[in-house]
Write a protein that binds this ligand. Sequence first.
Ligand SMILES: *Cc1c(COP(=O)(O)O)cnc(C)c1O
Ligand code: SF4
Length: 370
Amino acid sequence: MNDKVLSYFDISADDPRWLDWKWQYANRITDVESLAKIINLSEKDQQGIASCLQSFRMAITPYFASLLDPDDPFCPLRRQSVPSLDELAFHAAEGEDPLNEEGDSPSEDLVHRYPDRALFLVTRHCAMYCRFCVRKRLVGEEDFVINTMEKNKALSYIADTPAIRDVLISGGDPLTIVDDELEDIVSSLRSIPHVEIIRIGTRVPAVLPMRITADLLNMLKKYQPIWVNVHFNHPRELTELAVKACTDIVDAGIPVGNQSVLLKGVNDDPTVMRELLYKLVKARVRPYYLYQCDLIRGTSHFRTKVQTGIDIIHALTGNITGFAVPKYVIDAPQGGGKVPINPEYVVSMDDERVVMTNYEGKTYTYPQTP
Ligand SMILES: *Cc1c(COP(=O)(O)O)cnc(C)c1O
Ligand code: SF4
């Protein structure tokens, strides 16, 4: 742990305030002066961050800040949370809404792209603003928590659309909302008979694990079946507190999946990825998706070639527990949805035989006799 963070806040790691998510949220690091007191930044770094902050904003919880290596400019956690001048390099293929979420929205807060499920964006607030995400938003843009009118509009659409059997509550991060307001949303969804499952997508266990309280879990338990999807990108994010947050959710009877984003300089390496996946499975979290980094403005320094992702999946498949390997997907631009990208194992296939290679690269033939 980076002790400079504790001394900056004049607090100890077992202080009840440090373990209180509202304190953590209220004390997020949002300016370069505070940041410079907890990690070592050269004058040039500070200027770069300051100019980036004129376009994009920053927020880092004290908890996450305490995990940053104060001396390593290539620290994978720093890379995800601290702005860099690279964000100001715009590329023509990048946009503000590359997935065309707005085009698929019956209301501003609901994305209904797939036949049987919908994405319900209940807030634009996050505990931390990840540098590779569209939610780091341009300075001056307003964040909002859904208002009652918009919420009712989205709920009516879901209630009037019997094909929707799965609602994914997302954002922003829905667990930045206080329990009562979240309960209001979850219970309204649960009262719609055709909504069979409710999912919550959150990065809170990685960036604000103290948010996973007994009160929150006791509330959610009332509205089963609920599934939670968390978001870890690097093995160092799985601290004792983060692991406890995940296992507490599982102990509440809620299955937990993980999605990661493939990020250059963070996890674009089979060894790092394997350690992340092992740690997730140990925390009883099932790896779900590995996303190719979306074409969001100012994220080119994070984007790998697709071949890198394919190579990582190939290196993992067969070599680690089958269910520890996530599905590698590209969220297709213009709202095409998630497309699975797989290494190729079939060499040739006709009516008589399938020739294939296994995980070790050896060739086998499967005869297709009736
Ligand atoms: C990812 C996503 C979902 C959920 O997809 P699953 O593959 O079922 O996890 C639903 N709606 C939208 C718009 C999405 O992007
Ligand atoms: S918590 Fe999720 S939605 Fe929020 S900035 Fe990070 S990746 Fe984006």
